[in-house]
Design a protein around this ligand. Structure first.
Ligand SMILES: [Zn+2]
Length: 178
């Protein structure tokens, strides 16, 4: 039997302990650009973006435009084009849509286990615990599997059991406190 200890130097308290949802990005970033000017909008702008809003009257120096930039258009290039056309840039807004995804509560602590050298009881070779392989079989209608397959001789359960150290939150807190 091999006892795998918690790697003390990797123990840290989770800031989001107990949290049951996480915001994840969904879909494309939405970019809008605002500018103003009295010039006519060049026709090719329609190929790069879609007008959302127009305030004021055409020909008026204060007319303001708000456009949705197409997904495949580089924003920096669009800013450059707008300035080159003699418009005054008012701002660029980027909005990445997010959605809350529910999950089991985040544990109070996170840590890694040590990766000790272990010995195969069958062939005697030594290797790191992380080098152990997994295998399964469904012979005789019974499903069986092992997570302790020797990378050298391929024998199953070659360490005669791996036990992972279990620490309580109190013990983990003590480690964090030093
Ligand atoms: Zn072996």
């Amino acid at each position: 039997m091999v006892m795998i200890k918690v790697n003390r130097s990797t123990v840290k308290k989770n800031k989001d302990a107990g949290c049951t949802s996480t915001q994840v990005h969904t879909g494309q970033c939405i970019s809008t650009i605002r500018f103003k000017g009295s010039r006519l909008i060049p026709k090719y702008f329609d190929k790069l973006m879609k007008m959302l809003e127009l305030t004021g009257r055409g020909g008026d120096p204060c007319v303001q435009y708000k456009y949705l930039i197409n997904e495949d258009v580089n924003i920096e290039e669009m800013v450059y084009v707008i300035k080159m056309q003699g418009f005054q840039l008012l701002g660029v807004d980027q909005n990445q849509p997010t959605q809350a995804v529910a999950h089991p509560p985040t544990p109070n602590f996170s840590f890694n286990y040590e990766d000790p050298s272990v010995e195969c009881l069958n062939c005697g070779s030594r290797f790191l615990l992380s080098e152990l392989e997994s295998d399964c079989t469904s012979e005789h209608e019974a499903y069986d599997h092992s997570d302790e397959v020797c990378p050298n001789c391929k024998s199953w359960n070659c360490c005669d059991g791996v036990k992972w150290e279990q620490l309580t939150d109190e013990e983990l807190q003590e480690i964090v406190n030093g």
